[in-house]
Design a protein around this ligand. Structure first.
Ligand SMILES: C[S@@+](CC[C@H](N)C(=O)[O-])C[C@H]1O[C@@H](n2cnc3c(N)ncnc32)[C@H](O)[C@@H]1O
Length: 269
């Protein structure tokens, strides 16, 4: 049976926006539909209208849906081959500048900015004492997890495997059974703040911005404001790294030149 029409789908999104405080307008409909349909299957509801009624009466389902919509999948050294190609960038940046500022936007639970810190500490040709890292995200709860810096191996996440690009990860995390706590030598290099890449102001004078795996979920019209924020936050010649399955919007291609196209590393013109 069909899940209902477009109007029902948009009514459902309106409800999610007004009653559940979720900015559905930023995300593309196909992504939202996939997540909502998955919850409909789990709850045996067949139409958007029926699912909206379920949300109206069931707090638990509201929470489950929000969980499934919050696009916070992340990991240490996500796409390890891309991190390998970042090494020469970090080497050059620390050789040429006394202070090197990195921004992980969005940082999710911190594993991306901590990976950058670990890579810098681990590479003998990178002067880690020159590096400062900022991690930002729109989600305050996820930033609390990031500051805590403690991660669990579970059925779906293998933290030891994520850390495999490092020769000896015990220098950077303390392992206790399934729990991994990021050590102070790493956390000391990173600070976290809340920031919205679409509506927030640009920052200033960053040498390298990571903006990975957010654009894939975002509606086309919000991609340009995100790139404007990033461009304004980078110094001239500063680097940008995007996700391995992402591309620069055509409108922004003049502002960045590729450094390593295959690994999605660019430079502000
Ligand atoms: C899939 S994670 C990507 C994390 C990391 N960069 C990576 O590649 O693993 C996407 C993150 O974007 C955050 N996010 C969503 N909309 C945002 C916005 N407008 N501004 C900043 N962060 C946002 C979400 O809270 C989520 O933590």
């Amino acid at each position: 049976m069909s899940k209902g029409n477009d109007r029902q789908f948009h009514r459902l999104l309106e409800f999610i926006g007004s009653e559940m405080d979720f900015e559905s307008g930023f995300y593309n409909d196909a992504y939202l539909d996939r997540r909502i349909t998955a919850r409909m299957r789990r709850t045996d509801t067949e139409t958007y209208r029926e699912y909206k009624r379920l949300l109206e009466r069931d707090d638990g389902e509201r929470e489950q849906l929000l969980d499934s919509l919050s696009i916070n999948v992340t990991g240490f050294f996500r796409n390890p081959e891309a991190w390998e190609h970042l090494r020469p960038v970090l080497r050059d940046l620390t050789a040429e500048n006394r202070r090197v500022r990195l921004w992980s936007a969005p940082s999710a639970d911190g594993r991306e900015p901590y990976s950058a810190a670990m890579l810098a500490l681990d590479d003998p040709e990178v002067d880690d004492s020159r590096i400062e890292i900022t991690g930002t995200d729109i989600n305050a709860d996820i930033l609390r997890e990031a500051r805590r810096g403690t991660y669990e191996t579970s059925q779906t996440t293998d933290i030891a495997e994520e850390l495999a690009p490092l020769d000896d990860y015990s220098e950077y995390v303390e392992e206790d059974g399934n729990t991994f706590r990021v050590r102070d030598n790493v956390t000391d290099m990173v600070t976290f703040q809340q920031h919205d890449l679409i509506r927030g102001d640009p920052k200033r004078d960053f040498d390298l911005v990571f903006c990975r795996n957010l654009l894939i979920y975002i509606d086309t019209e919000y991609k340009v404001p995100i790139f404007e924020t990033i461009r304004g936050s980078l110094r001239e010649g500063g680097y940008l790294m995007i996700g391995m399955t992402e591309t620069l919007p055509t409108e922004c291609r003049d502002a960045f030149e590729p450094v390593d196209k295959q690994h999605r590393i660019y430079r502000r013109v």
